[in-house]
Design a protein around this ligand. Sequence first.
Ligand code: 7TS
Length: 397
Amino acid sequence: MRVYLDNNSTTMVDPHVYEAMEPYFVQRYGNPNSLHCFASETHQALKAAMQKIYAGIGANNEDSVVITSCATESNNWALKSIYFQYILTGQKNHIIISEVEHPSIIATARFLESLGCKVTYLPVNNEGIVEAHTLKDFLTDKTALVSMMWVNNETGAIFPVEEMAQMCNERGILFHTDATQAIGKLPVNVKETKIDYLTLSAHKFHGPKGVGALYMKKGKELMPLLHGGDHMGGLRSGTLNVAGIVGMGKAIEQAVDALDFELHEVKALRDRFEDALLEIPDTFVVTPRERRSPNTILISFRGIEGESMLWDLNKDGIAASTGSACASEDLESNPVMEAIGAEADLAHTAIRFSLSRFTTNEEIDFVIERVKEAVKRLRAISSSYAYAPKNHKDELH
Ligand code: 7TS
């Protein structure tokens, strides 16, 4: 049996999504910007897909949803454009992010810092959550942008972004959220919020890889980073990835339809899995379930290097993660565990299991047994476990 529990890294393309995309490779391949019948058929498909994407996040027709290649591009775009528009021009000098953002935000912020921008990295509490009141003290008249992820990719922790967006709006500060891990896992409706910019990426909700989007509220359009054509209203040049956009449209429609299933069935399966894992002694989860996305567990098994566990499980065809896949070849501790303040050895023991609506009961039963066996075997040969203090939960908090 092969079991895929790394859905926060990427997801399987839903077969219905694949079916919707298929005609746009060999049969209908016209450039939607051209002026012939090959173009009009792709142009129509594009329009229909865009409507689904707008509907999927509750955007108004006057807002802009601009297609990008991935969440990394959308995140880079939001921060760099704000730098060009407000900081380089001398109007403002400050950006706020959290210390547990995805590297596409953290590394971009560090780059802007090297150009003279002031950056505040907001801390998380001991549950891995940035609390809204923490933000208030750091907002200044010179703050151009606050960028806060909606759901953390490692812990699944949900951040109070709607409340933060409201606080920023009251101070005339722009607000961006990286909603890459929120789409299909929580209700996301920008209409009811003061969110100015929102990042999404199709391959995190059973769409194809290589296509994402950046939502911009009406009147808050960013300057383009890619110049060279009038694609996407001149905001993002480059011939459009029609098949990818059709796929993203279908995928977001399916994800919204499946939201109830995700919030109840996937969550129930995740909770059953987590209960079974927590029966293993010296096992620890940071973020409480009710403050987490329904599919994610970040769990530490004291005395076991995350990588050893990963390799052991991989031998049985089980896919999980120890941190961002971008860094999976490094033997580094989990950055979010470090931010929470976990002792070094515990930060090295974190494993992330992320389920999807395609995960089955049988798969979870198989993984529970395999994890129990792996823990027994790896702890028997672990010198750090032999000498580890007990009750690490108390030490951590
Ligand atoms: N933002 C968040 C919150 C993410 O989780 C990821 C990918 C990205 C941005 C980047 O997405 P992409 O569309 O550019 O690929 N996160 C992970 C992860 O947790 N493990 O591998 C990739």
